[in-house]
Design a protein around this ligand. Structure first.
Ligand code: FEO
Length: 170
């Protein structure tokens, strides 16, 4: 069992991961409406990944004999100015999630909760990848520089992304 303080913090992070899925799905819907199906595909895969992150917190809480508590999920933004605005928002959001994960690690260290610290290390590494992939998309969108041809090329590339669930050990 984890401490009550840690249980609350892990439940809060599970909610943040669910919100991330919700936010990215809202971005996918925005892209569908903007006739950019490849960008929408990338965001749907991202939303699926966030759901898998939420489930890791769910599973860990259950494994430790702690209580999973589902809270309300905040309503996400539904409209953006451009693909550039969405891509900037994704990177900014991932940086925020990174800081949340770092705060959780701080709590685990303070409480000498080595098991939870070990569990969280997956997310420490994952956030490096998340920021890298979000930054990569932003870079591509910047290079396209709002030219319709450039954006369509990026759209076609992002349309190839397929979400692959990680194995239980990962
Ligand atoms: Fe669950 Fe994109 O961090």
């Amino acid at each position: 069992m984890v401490s009550e303080n840690m249980q609350a913090a892990l439940n809060k992070q599970m909610n943040a991961e669910l919100y991330s899925a919700y936010l990215y799905l809202a971005m996918a819907a925005y892209y569908e409406d903007s006739d950019l199906p490849g960008f929408a595909n990338w965001m749907i895969a991202q939303a699926q990944e966030e759901m898998s992150h939420a489930m890791k917190f769910y599973d860990y809480l259950v494994q430790r004999g702690s209580r999973v508590m589902l809270d309300a999920i905040e309503k996400p933004q539904s409209q953006w100015k451009s693909a550039l605005a969405v891509s900037e928002h994704v990177l900014e959001h991932e940086k925020l999630v990174t800081s949340m994960i770092n705060n959780l690690v701080d709590i685990a260290v303070e409480e000498k909760d080595h098991a939870t610290n070990n569990f969280l290390q997956y997310f420490v590494a994952e956030q490096v990848e998340e920021e890298e992939s979000a930054g990569g998309v932003l870079q591509k969108v910047k290079l396209a520089n709002n030219s319709p041809t450039g954006l369509l090329l990026v759209d076609s590339e992002l349309g190839k992304r397929v979400f692959t669930p990680s194995t239980p050990e990962e």
